[in-house]
Design a protein around this ligand. Structure first.
Ligand SMILES: [Zn+2]
Length: 440
């Protein structure tokens, strides 16, 4: 009989010890369990927030079937532990619990009594229910002692048989799973750690906090929080930015092979295997890895902000002196309009425009609808009295410019008089009056 078993890599030593002690017993019957093959790999567990990869070893074992009965197959056992029936199936052919005959008669000694454990066999097509004390005599190998251990202890190693939905553990179940998880050398995809970090540090902008309630602890707890809210799950699972984030991390922690201290060594040995960047994170080292991720991305955010600030500073100059008539070239944009009164009983609208030039920014408050000026500057065919020949088309052109002014703006050259200069949020602004578009 071939048995397929998947064990945690961290259970390997325990597993081999168990095999050894079983084989010691079996050798007394000139038999043994033989390892046919084994293969290393990963098994994925999905919790409510993250995917966890456990390093596992898959074994194919040959379980002895040496017995003194021909044409007899061992099917499995039914035991009553504290009155609760538990089955161990050695076959897919039957459901063991359905084979149980309530009359409690052993098909070997034909006596009837309550037993803690029954063994089931198929002999020449007939199902045999054998009491545990008769198994050795009936079958030949002390299955009570040997397969009984397989039933309980070996199955503890077999992850394939552990049929748990990890995505819906309650808090208590998660606690025990966490212990199991911590004892193994497991990994979590970098993309999901980045998703959690993004959430916890408000898009990597928050500072890294140390201590009991620090960022590292929050990240770790979030992984195992079965009550993690739907928003977090969405953020973590739909983290589409992670590829760009990984590039940022790689360029901050550029691969190198000499390190100035232990801390740096530990960072690099977690981030890289050889020269290859690791796309999964060992759970045990999440603290340092999360920090290294955060450091790289937080730094790039700071840099891009300071570059932006610098570029704004560079173009923040006053465009002239008060009362000076200046000519500027730039993009004029409509900012907003507000009602104004022009003296006695006259009401109208006033517009605020902004002109962005290479040197700096100008503001202009005006009662002029600049789209009108622009269209006239562009050229309008008129009759002798100066009235547009195609009035509808002219209005349409003005409407189109109004839209453009609200969006990307219109490139113009205009003259205007500097009314006053002011600094607003660190930016030098020149306020103009009596502007005139002189060129488009
Ligand atoms: Zn019996």
């Amino acid at each position: 009989m071939i048995m397929n078993l998947v064990i945690l890599e961290s259970d390997l030593e325990k597993f081999l010890k168990k095999m050894d002690s079983l084989n010691k017993k079996l050798r007394k019957f000139s038999s043994e369990i033989r390892i046919i093959s084994h293969k290393r790999g990963f098994q994925l567990f999905e919790t409510s927030t993250v995917d966890i990869n456990f390093p596992v070893i898959e074994y194919f074992l040959e379980i002895p079937e040496k017995n003194k009965r021909e044409n007899t197959e061992f099917l499995g056992t039914l035991s009553f532990t504290s009155g609760v029936p538990m089955v161990f199936s050695n076959t897919d052919k039957y459901s063991i619990h359905e084979l149980y005959k309530e009359n409690s008669v052993c098909d070997h000694c034909h006596t009837s009594r309550d037993r803690k454990k029954w063994f089931f066999f198929e002999e020449n097509g007939q199902i045999k229910q054998i009491g545990s004390t008769c198994v050795l005599e009936y079958f030949g190998i002390p299955l009570e002692g040997i397969l009984g251990s397989f039933d309980s202890e070996m199955r503890a190693f077999n992850l394939k048989k552990v049929d748990i939905d990890y995505s819906s553990l309650d808090e208590k179940e998660m606690e025990s799973f966490k212990k199991y998880f911590l004892s193994s050398n497991s990994f979590i995809p970098a993309s999901q750690i980045l998703g959690i970090l993004n959430y916890v540090t408000n898009g990597f902008s928050k500072g890294w906090e140390k201590g009991e309630e620090g960022t590292s602890r929050i990240v770790k707890n979030t992984i195992f929080n079965p009550m993690a809210d739907a928003e977090l799950r969405k953020v973590v699972q739909k983290n589409t930015e992670y590829e760009a984030q990984i590039e940022t991390i790689k360029s901050y922690w550029t691969y190198k092979s000499t390190y100035s201290n232990d801390f740096e060594f530990n960072i690099y040995s977690n981030l890289y295997s050889g020269t290859t960047f690791n796309t999964s994170v060992p759970y045990k080292n999440i603290g340092i890895v999360a920090w290294a991720y955060w450091k790289a991305i937080n730094n790039s955010i700071k840099e891009s902000t300071s570059v932006k600030e610098k570029s704004e500073e560079a173009t923040s100059e006053f465009l002239g002196n008060v009362k000076e008539r200046i000519t500027i070239e730039g993009t004029i944009k409509f900012i907003k309009s507000f009602p104004t009164s022009y003296g006695y009983n006259q009401e109208g609208e006033s517009y605020l425009y902004q002109i962005i030039t290479d040197k700096g920014i100008a503001k202009w408050f005006s009662s002029k609808d600049i789209s009108h000026d622009i269209v006239w500057k562009e050229g309008v065919e008129t009759d002798e009295s100066g009235y547009p020949l195609d009035y509808v088309k002219t209005v349409d052109r003005m409407r189109a410019y109004e839209e453009k002014l609200k969006n990307e703006g219109v490139k113009v050259t205009l003259t205007g008089t500097v009314k006053y200069l002011e600094t607003f949020k660190g930016q030098k602004q020149t306020t103009l009056t009596r502007c005139k578009v002189i060129k488009l």
